[in-house]
Design a protein around this ligand. Structure first.
Ligand code: UD1
Ligand code: CA
Length: 460
């Protein structure tokens, strides 16, 4: 069957980013930049995609890994866009009769635009279709030179353009649909006799025109879609647009964002209906949030799973943790990786947890550190409780069985187990296991010295 394949050009370093990291690996809304054009191409119906990598190829390959439909080509030296395509072609499956070419640094192109372009390309029967945009400032872009019949005759790069050609405001977006047979022949014969000494992919246009083949333009409705990211300012601009799209989609699916402009949600985050997200929340990684949750102001949630009806109050930080129904977290609580809070658990102000399971209905309402611990159901962990899990060399486990009441200001020196239904008196340092249904108390007996203060004052 006739398929469409894609080539994504990503071999350049992106020097204007002024970064040790290759441009296409810079994150945008939680995923490396190159993920965006790739996703758009696949969503537009592309069967296979050849990624042309060069600078930091190993990073690009390692990130994309083994994925169905993704192939790699190496362009060891960046001799131009035409040369990059030449490097890609041997990897392209022969079943691909149409080739979609795009760049790894144009993250704003949508699948809708690409599929419309592909459809127009096929309907028109053109050999080549070039995506163009009318822009106010065409500086730096290749200019689209058209014939009287409206077909594209050639593309002239900024540095090669005559004064007259520089006046043209319709520019090359750098996205093409091409007949595979023509592309192979055209790319094989590209020359680098131009101002930059590069093999320009754009020269395939004049070749098509010369051969009497049809070369059509496909003008994008919103020119911002073709925006390329070249520096960090454009990276921020692109991120803003992508976030706006993510937030809009979430709102249309039934999530309330009190102030979408200040809400930062990554691409792969999922949020259920009737959840309310307050201003300043940052939700990242592959976080999944259920329905009817409330995510408080300036909270940060990274790669967590929250069930339905969970409340996260202002200023809380949740990392790689799991939270079940009706649990309540914060304000200003910190769930560090490996926290698992079961239904109706409450973790309140200034509580920190790490590698902890808290059973249904248990509460740690204030000022507590729970690390490397298993807390049973319906336990009360009093204010100021500390699991002393670290002896300077190794971490040890604390087990608190169901229904235990831990008073305020208790230290549990791990490894230690508190049996079910026990009560730990306030101020106790627990150093031995506590049997079930027992009272554990370790306090220096109190002495009251009556009148001591008065006497002290009289002595002057
Ligand atoms: C290119 C087009 C220009 C168009 C513009 C749109 C050419 C000759 N010019 O110019 O008409 O208006 O894009 O943004 O094609 N790359 C490689 N290997 C190379 C060279 C480039 O992989 O040898 C990759 C880059 O990493 C980048 C993309 O191709 O992702 C575009 O290359 P770039 O040098 O930025 O092209 P422009 O000069 O902007
Ligand atoms: Ca260039």
């Amino acid at each position: 069957m006739a398929e469409t394949g894609a080539i994504v050009l990503a071999a350049g370093m992106g020097t204007r980013m002024k970064s040790a990291l290759v441009k296409v690996m810079h994150p945008l809304a939680g995923v490396p930049m190159i993920e965006w054009p790739l996703a758009a191409a696949f969503e537009a119906g592309v069967a296979e995609c050849v990624v042309v990598a060069g600078h930091q190829e190993e990073k690009v390959r390692a990130h994309l890994g083994e994925r169905p439909g993704i192939l790699f080509a190496t362009q060891a030296e960046q001799l131009g866009t035409g040369h990059a395509v030449k490097c890609a072609l041997p990897q392209l499956p022969s079943s691909c009769e149409t080739v979609l070419i795009l760049c790894g640094d144009t993250p704003l192109l949508t699948a809708a635009t690409l599929s419309e372009m592909l459809q127009r390309h096929k309907e028109s029967g053109a050999t080549l279709t070039v995506m163009t945009a009318k822009v106010a400032n065409p500086f730096g872009y290749g200019r689209i030179v058209k014939g009287s019949d409206g077909t594209v005759q050639k593309i002239v790069e900024q540095k090669d353009a005559s004064a007259e050609e520089r006046e043209i405001t319709e520019v090359n977006a750098g996205v093409y649909c091409v007949d595979a047979g023509f592309l192979k022949a055209a790319v094989a014969e590209l020359k680098n006799d131009n101002a930059q000494g590069e093999y320009y992919l754009t020269d395939i246009v004049s070749r098509a025109a010369r051969e009497g083949r049809s070369c059509q333009s496909f003008q994008v409705v919103s020119p911002s879609e073709m925006m390329g990211v070249n520096d960090r300012a454009q990276l921020a601009d692109a991120a803003k647009i992508l976030r706006r799209r993510i937030n809009r989609e979430l709102m249309l699916s039934g999530v309330t964002l009190i102030d979408p402009r200040t809400t930062y949600i990554d691409r792969d985050v999922k949020i259920g209906k009737d959840t309310v997200v307050e201003p300043g929340a940052t939700i990242t990684g592959n976080t999944v949030i259920g329905e009817r949750c409330r995510i408080g102001q300036v909270s940060q949630i990274h790669s967590c799973r929250l069930a339905d009806d969970v409340t996260v109050k202002a200023g809380s930080v949740l990392e790689e943790s799991v939270v079940y129904e009706f649990a309540s977290i914060g304000p200003m609580a910190h769930l560090r990786p490996g926290s698992e809070l079961h239904a109706h658990v409450k973790v309140g102000n200034f509580v920190e947890t790490k590698k902890v399971v808290m059973g249904e209905g248990s509460k740690a309402s204030h000022l507590t550190y729970l690390g490397d611990a298993v807390v049973g159901k319906e336990c009360n962990i009093g204010c100021g409780t500390i699991t002393c899990n670290y002896d300077g060399v190794r971490k040890h486990k604390t087990v608190i069985e169901d229904g235990v009441f831990v008073g305020s200001d208790v230290q549990l020196v791990a490894p230690v187990t508190v049996g079910r239904g026990s009560l730990i008196a306030a101020g106790t340092t627990v150093t031995q296991d506590v049997p079930a249904d027992s009272l554990a108390i370790s306090r220096t007996p109190q002495t009251n010295k009556e009148g001591w203060v008065l006497r002290k004052k009289q002595q002057g």
